[in-house]
Design a protein around this ligand. Structure first.
Ligand SMILES: [Cu+2]
Length: 314
């Protein structure tokens, strides 16, 4: 077992399965060893000071303090190591993630559309073109609102929960959301990104090991957040083609609407949160009529005990 596997196990991280992930693991590993060295170093120094300057030997305080420059040198070294770590490793690694996207023809581009509480995937199909999506077309059988009149969308594949990708091919996931802010996180790929309504945020990675990996939402997005999980299956190219074929056949024959997303018990119904005050000029809520007609001031004044607020005048 190498040291990276050790640190992954210690931190509860799954083994890395992407081409860039080992660099992140190296930084995490180095930071932990460095922090351990600082912890033991400062602890030893603290104990040394407690003994060396104990009251019995030094009853009076020395107002001059430390005269050697060793602590300054030590502190400067720590700052230097941290600066090298940040400027030399962390920022360049991050810059490669956000500035050096693989060229479009090499990469597999997938649109990831998050919603409470699952991840939907939109693949362009054999023509390589994403069909137009519009919120006006969203229904139970068309969760992403694919435009039925757009020829580019005819062969598109829409799936949710499980996504297959081929091994050793860069994948670009363009993240967006239908409702609240989610975070598409692939711990084994050492990558993740926020899925924000109205934004398209691309992330990319290259899976290097076949297998089944966990996808989780890393942004508290509601009461069902804990269950917002999915699977990323990294296939051999042959298996991936077989999956694509299967999905294409399924999306061609699937006409029955999928059941609506269940909101877990306790999650407030869609609409304004109970107890919120509508902004001035906002339309009245639909259930306002269920409270019955408002009493006239005369009736209200007679029926309510004097001094107590009228419970019907909400
Ligand atoms: Cu979420």
């Amino acid at each position: 077992m190498n040291s990276l596997a050790l640190i992954n196990e210690f931190l509860g991280q799954p083994p890395n399965a992407s081409s860039h992930g080992y660099q992140i693991d190296h930084i995490i590993e180095f930071c932990h060893w460095f922090m351990a060295a600082l912890f033991f170093g400062w602890s030893a120094f603290f104990i040394f000071v407690l003994i060396r300057f104990r009251k019995r030997v030094h009853p009076g305080a020395d107002h001059l303090g430390v005269r050697s420059g060793i602590s300054t040198h030590l502190e400067f070294s720590v700052v230097l190591i941290e600066a090298v770590l940040l400027l030399g490793f962390a920022i360049p690694l991050w810059a490669r993630r956000v500035n050096q996207f693989p060229p479009g023809k090499d990469a597999l581009v997938v649109h990831v559309v998050a919603q409470q509480f699952n991840f939907n995937y939109h693949l362009p199909g054999p023509d390589g073109q994403f069909g137009r999506r519009d919120v006006g077309f969203v229904s139970n059988s068309n969760p992403l609102g694919l435009d039925p009149n757009d020829p580019a969308g005819k062969d598109d594949i829409v799936t949710s929960g499980e996504l297959h990708v081929p091994v050793n091919r860069p994948m670009v996931a363009e993240l967006s959301s239908k409702d609240v802010i989610h975070d598409y996180f692939l711990p084994a790929m050492r990558i993740g990104g926020d899925a924000i309504p109205g934004s398209l945020i691309p992330i990319w990675f290259t899976p290097v090991k076949t297998g089944s990996y966990e996808v989780i939402c890393a942004q508290l997005c509601g009461l069902g957040h804990y269950g917002m999980k999915g699977t990323l299956v990294v296939d051999t190219p042959q298996d991936y083609q077989a999956w694509l074929k299967e999905r294409a056949e399924l999306s061609g024959t699937q006409t029955a609407p999928s059941p609506p997303t269940q909101r877990p018990a306790g999650e407030p119904p869609i609409g304004p949160t109970p107890g919120t005050i509508p902004p001035p000029g906002a339309p009245k809520p639909l259930n306002a009529g269920e409270r019955g007609p408002s009493p006239s001031p005369a009736q209200g004044g007679q029926s309510a005990p004097s001094g107590s607020p009228n419970p019907r005048q909400l």
